[in-house]
Design a protein around this ligand. Structure first.
Ligand code: MN
Ligand code: MN
Length: 291
């Protein structure tokens, strides 16, 4: 990896880490969900960086992919387990990081995902397989009496690309891709009191352009025009200004110009915690950019 690219990853990570910590402090009982999301996203702009994806704030059994809608009236409640997942980029070089804020009394659940992340990071080095990382995560979560979410994984990162190979499993697995010096990826264990599997909810606020195709519908053309500077990074419905957005987005999704990211949830009544860092594999081990 070239030094200037490494520097961009490190600086994006530094910004993301600082805003993650400051942002976690804004999540309090009674605070408005929309207000918190817009405030934290604003800090990223203020830092001179871009959002690699809309700020994900997912509550309780929702593991990922929720964010505020424009007219969101939700407030954080006593007992909520809140996953704050932030993506920052500098010229396309991404830092992806998450923390869980406990507005209830679930210290062991938070510890499970955090220790899973630490355990995986501690063994990252060239020659280690992603299966070994998954085994380390699984052990930490299981030993505390929870289930890792099997169908969510960490992932490689590349310039303007949020999900590239290899996937980093959160469960025990033999072998798989072998880590090499210079790889950049995010590790993100999820610990759950539920089944350890997420499924898609109806609610969808986050989208991503997949293809460039001619589109006739004027509202759909406007969406693509407005999101062109994203260069394929995910965007939020909340960021769009046009009319007839539901029709535009559903038309674009049906023709596979964009993909939808529905909220992903374990079973109702369950609680999910998450911890995530981005790292670069070095000759000896790794450098955690979002530490
Ligand atoms: Mn993330
Ligand atoms: Mn991620």
């Amino acid at each position: 990896m070239k030094d200037d690219v490494m520097d961009m990853y490190i600086e994006a990570g530094r910004i993301a880490s600082e805003i993650r910590e400051k942002g976690a402090g804004e999540i309090r009982v009674g605070a408005s969900y929309l207000w918190v999301v817009e405030k934290i996203e604003g800090w990223v702009q203020d830092a001179g960086a871009g959002l690699a994806f809309p700020l994900n704030v997912s509550l309780n059994e929702d593991a990922a992919h929720d964010t505020a809608s424009r007219d969101d009236e939700r407030v954080f409640s006593d007992g909520d387990v809140v996953k704050l997942d932030l993506g920052v980029h500098l010229d396309g070089y991404i830092a992806d990081t998450a923390v869980t804020v406990d507005l209830g009394d679930h210290p062991l659940l938070l510890e499970a995902s955090a220790r899973g992340l630490d355990a995986a990071i501690s063994i990252v080095a060239p020659g280690v397989s992603v299966g070994e990382l998954g085994s380390a995560i699984h052990g930490e979560i299981e030993s505390r009496g929870f289930r890792p979410i099997a169908n969510l994984t960490g992932h490689g990162l590349d310039r303007y690309r949020i999900h590239t190979p290899p996937n980093i499993p959160n469960i025990r697995q033999n072998g798989g891709a072998v880590l090499e010096e210079g790889m950049v990826f995010a590790i993100e264990p999820f610990a759950s009191t539920g089944t350890g599997h997420v499924s898609e909810k109806h609610r969808t606020e986050i989208f991503q352009q997949l293809a460039v195709k001619p589109v006739r519908l004027p509202s759909a053309r406007r969406v693509l025009e407005e999101m062109r500077p994203r260069k394929g990074l995910p965007f939020s419905r909340r960021w769009l200004s046009g009319e007839k957005l539901d029709l535009a987005l559903s038309t674009l999704a049906r023709s596979q110009v964009i993909r939808a990211y529905p909220v992903l949830s374990d079973v109702p009544g369950s609680l999910v915690s998450q911890a995530e860092h981005t790292l670069i594999v070095t000759g000896e081990g790794c450098l955690v950019t979002t530490a």
